[in-house]
Write a protein that binds this ligand. Structure first.
Ligand code: SF4
Ligand SMILES: [Zn+2]
Ligand SMILES: [Zn+2]
Length: 314
C-alpha cells in the first residue's frame, strides 16, 4: 500500500477517498479537510476568539490540535459531568493536553457550580442520561462563551457523528432538528456561533490522527452511553459504508447541499418567540429555560435519597 501523494509506504487507507497515505501526508490531509470545512462554511473569520469544547476524547483533542496547526488560536472548555471514574479520567486527559501545550483550559464543574451532575439529573428526570447531559453541555458551552466574550464554539462532531444524527432525524422526520442540523449555526441574540470543523473527517481518521501525533486521549467509552441510540445508528451506517464506500459522506454532504434548505422554515417556526429565562437569561420559548428546569428537578425533592447531595455552598 503506497501513499497517494508521495508514493512512500502508507500507514492508513481511506476507502471513501480511494486513497492511502503515509504519516505526514495523512496529517496534511486532516489539516486540509479542516481548512476546507472552515472555508466552505465560513466558520471562522480572522480575529475571532474561538472556544473548543474539550471532553478529553480523541475528537475534541484532535480538533484543538488541528486548529493550532492551522494557526487558529483557541482556548478550551472542559465540563465536569460527574460521571465517576470516566469524568476523572477525561478531565485528566484534557488538563494534561492543555498544560503540555501551554493552552488556556476553562473548567466548569456541574456539581460544584449548579448542585447536580449527570447521573443525578438522569435519575431525577427518569430519562436517558444523554438527554440531560447534552442539554447541560449545550447550555454551558453557550453560557461560558457569552460570558467570556468568545465569537465561536467549536465542537468535535465528526462525519460519523453528524451522519448518525442525520439518520436519526430522518427516521423520525424531526423537521425542526433537520432545519437546524448544519456545520455552522450562526450567532443570534443570546447564542454564540457553533461550528463543527471536523465534519469532513471520520471517526477512524480522528483516532489515527491522535495515535500518529501522540495525543493521549480518553479511550474508554462513557459508561452511560449504553442505550444511546446514536451507537445503533452508527452501526447501521458502518454496514452501509462497508458495502458502498463514501455512502456516509454522500448522505451528509448531500443533505447540507440539497436537503436542509427544505426544513429551514420549520426550524424557524419551532423556535417561536424567544425571551430571556428569568433565572439565567438564556433565550427560551418557555417560562423557564430547559437547563434551569433540569437543575430545579435535579436538585429538588424528586431525586432519590441515595443520590441527593448537599446544596452548593453547604
Ligand atoms: S455518552 Fe451520554 S452521558 Fe456520556 S458523555 Fe456522552 S452524552 Fe454525556
Ligand atoms: Zn506521503
Ligand atoms: Zn435558565
Amino acid at each position: 500500500m503506497k501513499c497517494r501523494r508521495c508514493r512512500g509506504p502508507a500507514v492508513i487507507d481511506i476507502r471513501r477517498h480511494n486513497a492511502a497515505f503515509c504519516r505526514d501526508c495523512f496529517l496534511r490531509h486532516c489539516r486540509e479537510q479542516v481548512k476546507r470545512a472552515i472555508k466552505d462554511h465560513e466558520m471562522i473569520v480572522p480575529g475571532d476568539r474561538v472556544l473548543v469544547a474539550v471532553s478529553g476524547g480523541k475528537d475534541s483533542l484532535a480538533l484543538w490540535d488541528l486548529l493550532a496547526e492551522l494557526e487558529i488560536e483557541a482556548d478550551g472548555l472542559y465540563l465536569g459531568l460527574g460521571i465517576g471514574d470516566y469524568s476523572d479520567e477525561s478531565g485528566r486527559h484534557a488538563r494534561d493536553f492543555a498544560v503540555a501545550r501551554g493552552r488556556r483550559l476553562i473548567e466548569v464543574d456541574l456539581r460544584e457550580e449548579y448542585g447536580f451532575d449527570v447521573p443525578v439529573a438522569a435519575a431525577a428526570t427518569r430519562r436517558a442520561p444523554c438527554g440531560a447531559c447534552g442539554l447541560s453541555k449545550r447550555h454551558l458551552f453557550n453560557d461560558v462563551a457569552l460570558r467570556e466574550g468568545y465569537d465561536a464554539i467549536a465542537t468535535g462532531h465528526n462525519l460519523d457523528d453528524e451522519a448518525a444524527v442525520l439518520l436519526g432525524n430522518v427516521l423520525r422526520w424531526e423537521t425542526g432538528y433537520l432545519g437546524r442540523q448544519a456545520p455552522v449555526l450562526p450567532n443570534a441574540p443570546g447564542f454564540v456561533r457553533k461550528i463543527k470543523p471536523l465534519v469532513r473527517l471520520g471517526e477512524r481518521e480522528m483516532a489515527a490522527y491522535c495515535v500518529l501525533t501522540g495525543i493521549d486521549y480518553q479511550v474508554d467509552e462513557c459508561p452511560m452511553a449504553q442505550g444511546n441510540r446514536h451507537l445503533g445508528l452508527k452501526e447501521v451506517l458502518d454496514a452501509l459504508e462497508e458495502r458502498s464506500a463514501g455512502a456516509k459522506a454522500a448522505f451528509l454532504f448531500g443533505f447540507y447541499d440539497r436537503g436542509r434548505e427544505h426544513f429551514l422554515e420549520e426550524a424557524a417556526a419551532e423556535r417561536g418567540d424567544l425571551r430571556p429565562c428569568p433565572e439565567c437569561g438564556s433565550p427560551t420559548t418557555s417560562e423557564l429555560c430547559a437547563f434551569c428546569t433540569l437543575r430545579d428537578r435535579a436538585t429538588g425533592e424528586n431525586v432519590p435519597v441515595h443520590l441527593r447531595r448537599a446544596p452548593v455552598g453547604d
